[in-house]
Design a protein around this ligand. Structure first.
Ligand code: FES
Length: 177
């Protein structure tokens, strides 16, 4: 008898049956699908966690003389974080109220409900929203309708005879000012 006839045979590889194969294939496809769905979601969550303060910078709104005491006027500024192809969409309107005591309030034009532009009616001393009937008093506080709060306000300052606001990312529920 020859010696090689007694050598141990390698362990037999168990046969993969059709059911196991399909199970493993399904598992692999599910993993790939989960990665496609999960990675963007994780990216979104992480970006909101690590996002810093909204992009904002001081921009001039106009000469103080252009805002008479006791009046509310429409003004606009150029978004300081614009790109050349933004065009007119980078011109951001806002309402400027010069209070009777000479102080200011600068309101975002967007309704605090769903963002429609509000209009100022000096006859009634109210801001009104054309979309769902939201109404605000002259100081921006909510008067009636669906808005959950008053108008968003910008930070402002006076420099060298000019009114400036912290413009850029517009105020919203998560970043009120
Ligand atoms: S968007 Fe102004 S009331 Fe709805």
């Amino acid at each position: 008898m020859e010696e090689h006839e007694h050598e141990a045979l390698p362990p037999a590889v168990p046969p993969v049956n059709r059911r196991d194969f399909l199970f493993r294939l399904g598992l692999a496809l599910n993993t790939v699908a989960a990665a496609f769905v999960g990675i963007p979601v994780l990216g979104y969550v992480a970006s909101s966690m690590f996002k810093g303060k909204a992009q904002q910078a001081w921009v001039a709104l106009g000469n103080l003389d252009s805002f008479p005491t006791g009046e509310t006027r429409l003004a606009s500024y150029r978004n300081p974080f614009t790109t050349p192809w933004d065009g007119a969409t980078a011109d951001i309107p806002c309402w400027v109220r010069r209070k009777p005591d000479g102080g200011f309030q600068v309101f975002a034009i967007n309704c605090a409900h769903l963002g429609c532009p509000v209009r100022w009616f000096p006859q009634s001393g109210l801001f009104m929203c054309p979309c769902h009937g939201g109404v605000y008093y002259e100081d921006g506080s909510r008067a009636s309708g669906p808005p959950p709060r008053g108008l968003y306000q910008y930070e402002f300052r006076v420099r060298s005879g000019h009114l400036e606001v912290r413009g850029g990312e517009t105020p919203n529920l998560s970043e009120p000012v």
